[in-house]
Design a protein around this ligand. Structure first.
Ligand code: ROI
Length: 182
């Protein structure tokens, strides 16, 4: 199978969220049939969903993978479970959340998985880190990331300063042709 570029949303608001997100990025690098291309800077965001939960740390990772989408989902769920995620309250706090945001140009609607992620378009905590990785990205339906960003101000979203991180973590340069092609 031809390798596909997938973008994974990473979020945590429990149990040392910065460490959770950085550990998750390492776990993504270790996935079978997968090459980690880059990870965005970390952002701190106010919770979307249930009010009264702690702030989130968010990032987005770009992967190149030959895992089929549903197998990638299974692998991500195993990482979440290993980090103590118990699926209870919808939109409640969690030590680690890994979402497939985009999987090449695939559009999929199924009982386990919808791609692109159904709430991608309205979430600043996903769109801004995506821009760090792939500013020229287009969704499979042709919508540009720039158009989505115009509709989605970076409300209650801030970059986590490099100085807050124990080890510096840079965005790597990623090839220009990895975005979803049109
Ligand atoms: N809110 C923010 N800010 N960041 C997240 O990653 C996040 N993830 C979720 C819900 C509970 C919807 N809210 C979130 O799953």
């Amino acid at each position: 199978m031809q390798a596909v570029t997938a973008y994974i949303g990473i979020g945590s608001n429990l149990a040392d969220p910065v460490a959770q997100v950085r550990q998750a990025a390492l776990a993504l690098e270790a996935l079978p049939q997968t090459r980690a291309i880059a990870c965005s800077p970390l952002y701190r965001s106010k919770p979307w969903g249930l009010p009264g939960q702690p702030d989130y740390i968010n990032a987005v990772a770009a992967l190149e993978t030959t895992l089929p989408a549903l197998e990638l989902l299974t692998q991500l769920q195993e990482i979440e479970t290993a980090r103590g995620r118990v699926r209870t309250v919808r939109w409640g706090p969690r030590p680690l959340d890994l979402d497939i945001l985009l999987y090449g140009g695939l559009q999929l609607g199924g009982p386990r998985l919808t791609i692109p992620h159904p709430r991608l378009r309205e979430r600043a905590f996903v769109l801004y880190p995506l821009r760090d990785l792939a500013p020229d990205l287009r969704l499979p339906d042709g919508t540009t990331l720039a158009e989505l960003l115009e509709q989605c101000p970076p409300w209650e979203l801030e970059r986590v300063e490099e100085s807050e991180l124990k080890v510096s973590w840079q965005v790597q340069e990623i090839p220009h042709n990895i975005g979803v092609s049109t």
